[in-house]
Design a protein around this ligand. Sequence first.
Ligand SMILES: CC(C)(COP(=O)(O)OP(=O)(O)OC[C@H]1O[C@@H](n2cnc3c(N)ncnc32)[C@H](O)[C@@H]1OP(=O)(O)O)[C@@H](O)C(=O)NCCC(=O)NCCS
Length: 185
Amino acid sequence: MRVWPALPITTERLSLRPLEMKDAPEIVNLISSREMVMYTLMIPFPYSLDDALSFIVNSKRSFMEGTALNLAIVPKDTLTLSGVIGLMGFEPNHNKAKVGYWLAKDLWGKGYVVEGLSALADYAFGPLRLHKLEAHIFEPNHRSKRVLEKAHFRYEGRLRDHYLKDGQYFDALAFSLLSTDLVPK
Ligand SMILES: CC(C)(COP(=O)(O)OP(=O)(O)OC[C@H]1O[C@@H](n2cnc3c(N)ncnc32)[C@H](O)[C@@H]1OP(=O)(O)O)[C@@H](O)C(=O)NCCC(=O)NCCS
């Protein structure tokens, strides 16, 4: 079993805490729209309570095994789950992992994901001692691209027709952040 140090991760406005089974109905409620999932790889549409329960069970298993860390995004002012952010695809031999995230539609435009992602990067490069974080976005996902840029991720290149979603191929844009990219605060 892996011990994840220093959880929850807290920022000025957010707490990032491990998922719990009771989060399932709120996840279904927030994620059940085509706009939410159109540029995501792993989230099905329509999204059922069973999908959410499986996601949380798998997240709990990978949390114990140390293979992924999915965290609820909980604003301190509402104390309700408002999104999910995580580290996955760990490659321990190379000290790297991938990031992923989504946020409730009514909270877009507040910078919450940039704030959460920056804290998650500090966590990855600090307590977890990773060296590289990777992010792939579907080429048309301009919002997600801006999130990565504002969190200081750098563009690495375009992967042509990299993902097939709903019968359509999408180019992926690859971004990354290195532990050595960040200026110490
Ligand atoms: C991606 C996501 C988390 C971003 O949420 P957010 O933090 O609220 O992002 P914002 O609404 O602040 O938008 C981020 C930036 O994109 C810009 N933006 C929004 N729509 C845009 C568009 N159509 N074209 C270009 N830029 C756009 C915004 O102006 C903002 O930049 P700014 O702060 O410099 O003005 C959210 O849209 C989401 O959950 N999407 C669905 C799931 C998803 O796609 N996850 C990512 C998978 S890789």
